[in-house]
Design a protein around this ligand. Structure first.
Ligand code: KG4
Ligand code: ZN
Length: 328
């Protein structure tokens, strides 16, 4: 059975995993830098790169040790080639290239968002055509896939990504980075009290900067008046932002009929988004990624890498990491 060792270092998690082709996880190690970046209110790229350098060899060794394999037992080395922070991407690329050179293994450069998509295979075999709603710190995309090697972006954000919007609104509410999980938790205790404007954009595109600014203004006003109810504010923001995502997904599925609809990316952890998707999407089977593998990890990179392996899509030692790499 084929096995892949994968490395993920695109943002603020240093991760390594080894999976076999049936997607049994032989090991998966993730170390997050969140506590350090939280002190600055967001990810500081230079700090992230330094921390990846400190962690990468420790994490790779731990993943290999836990798998019970030797590095020479794997069939390929995979790493996130983009998109992401360039300094961070370089650390994973250098580690992967070194392993591939030393152990004479083929090298696979995985697109980070394909990782978020294919981690859903841990839940269920994917059936095509499918629609993926990719929602992370840096991305908000509706991706239509006719097969496992075809990625058509039919909608994207015209300004801020949904995760980024969560983090900025949370910051204004004095919640620490990353704000998404904190808003999710507060909203559970909140009720429909505040009103925020629903973003209106044509086609299947999104826009969150207007909603972000409206939320920030409202928070300021309520803080000044001493009347801010954080739970209700979190509820209003989340309800407005996430309903847009689901409404657009429903429309997209009408125009592009699909067998399955999947969530992907860090914001796919969100309990309300998962609920809205399960309850409102009826035109396709809804698959929700395992919570543990929604935020950045290397299991997802290995899962995607098996598709690259299947099509013989390898990279060379000269291949450059790409901070704003398109998905196809
Ligand atoms: O996919 P990810 O780990 O990193 C990127 O590739 O960007 O996503 C991180 C994003 C952050 O913006 C974080 O606030 C958001 O995912 N996030 C959430 C939740 N958990 C993480 N957003 C809303 N609700 C959550 N429960
Ligand atoms: Zn991610």
């Amino acid at each position: 059975m084929k096995k892949i060792l994968a490395i993920e270092t695109s943002c603020d998690e240093t991760a390594c995993a080894i999976l076999d082709e049936e997607l049994n996880i032989l090991s998966s190690v993730v170390t997050s830098q969140i506590d350090v970046h939280a002190r600055f209110g967001g990810v500081i790229p230079e700090v992230a790169s330094r921390m990846h350098i400190e962690q990468i060899s420790i994490i790779v060794k731990e993943a290999v040790d836990k798998s019970g394999l030797k590095p020479e037992d794997v069939d390929a080395i995979a790493y996130t080639i983009g998109p992401g922070l360039i300094g961070s991407l370089h650390i994973g690329a250098a580690a992967a290239k070194t392993l591939a050179f030393f152990y004479q293994k083929p090298l696979i450069g995985v697109h980070h968002l394909r990782g978020h998509i294919f981690v859903n295979e841990l839940v269920k075999e994917l059936q095509y055509p499918l629609m993926a709603l990719v929602v992370s710190g840096g991305h908000t995309e509706l991706v239509y896939m006719e097969n496992d090697n075809s990625f058509k972006i039919i909608g994207t954000t015209l300004d801020d990504a949904i995760g980024e919007t969560y983090d900025k609104v949370a910051r204004m509410m004095d919640l620490s980075y990353p704000g998404g999980p904190k808003i999710d938790a507060l909203a559970k205790e909140g009720k429909a009290f505040y009103h925020l404007p629903t973003p209106k954009v044509d086609d299947f595109n999104f826009s969150f900067s207007g909603l972000k600014n409206a939320a920030i203004q409202l928070i300021k006003k309520e803080k000044e008046a001493g009347t801010l109810n954080r739970n209700d504010l979190a509820y209003a923001f989340q309800d407005t932002a996430l309903r847009v995502l689901i409404d657009k997904s429903i429309k997209a599925l009408k125009m592009y009929p699909c067998k399955q609809f999947i969530l992907a990316g860090g914001v796919a952890c969100n309990s309300y988004l998962r609920k809205l998707a399960s309850e409102n999407i009826h035109d396709a089977e809804v698959i929700l990624p395992p919570l543990k593998y929604c935020t950045d990890n290397a299991t997802m990179i290995a899962a995607a890498a098996f598709h690259y392996l299947k099509y013989g899509q390898f990279v060379t030692f000269e291949s450059a990491s790409e901070p704003s790499m398109p998905i196809a």
